[in-house]
Design a protein around this ligand. Sequence first.
Ligand code: A2P
Length: 254
Amino acid sequence: MAAFSEQRVLSVRHWTGSLFSFRVTRPASFRFRSGEFVMLGLKVDGKPLLRAYSMASPAWDDGLDFFSIKVADGPLTSRLQGIKEGDEILLGTKSVGTLVHDALLPGKRLFLLSTGTGIAPFASIIRDPETYERFEQVILTHTCREAAELAYGEELVASLKDDPLVGEHAHKLVHYTSLTRQDHPRRGRITALMDTGQLWDETGGPLDPATDRVMICGSINMINDCKARVEAAGLEEGSNARPGAFVVEKAFVG
Ligand code: A2P
């Protein structure tokens, strides 16, 4: 089987000077679990150039959504940011990842901790009905530097109540935003909000390893800093082979 196929760009949206999202066709044979990632890219000088991208759409959707940063000198994203409707992209045939329900034990509260484009896999998970079958409350945290970077998540969460599959569960989702470099009702890194207790005070109490589950997606430093705090609360890391109380994945940079 070929490692990738050519897919058509259905739409592109630029959110800020450094963030854009796009939707592509989904091959009938392409199966994935909400929260997984795939290799995606372009042919550059006749050769495939691919990077890991989290699916930002749920497993039941006909198309595939992605959310990306633009890196001016990034080999892939400097080119990918120029794609237009009708263009061809390359899509890997195999999806993988640990930010999946299979890697988590059952629980009551699910924390989805994200910074920047780390929200992408959670865009998939919050539109998956399984999320609301498995958890009573879902807290999606998104921390960015500036307000404009929150817009993607804000629009997504606002649209949830009209979603045909999960709309009835929209009330279970808490969208918890904070900014680090601009005024906002909530300021500070998610790690600082954990340390002061503000996050727990605002979401129903401190982490309980028996009933709380956590997925973490952001930069390597953000993951390590969040992981240390979650482990200190007594949660154990899970994997596809051995489900646990929390899972992590790096937000990919093109
Ligand atoms: P800050 O502005 O204080 O660096 P980046 O684009 O660098 O990945 O940052 C995205 C968001 O994640 C920013 O709000 C940034 O805060 C925050 N952040 C960066 N590093 C960490 C970390 N180690 N732990 C928690 N949040 C972080």
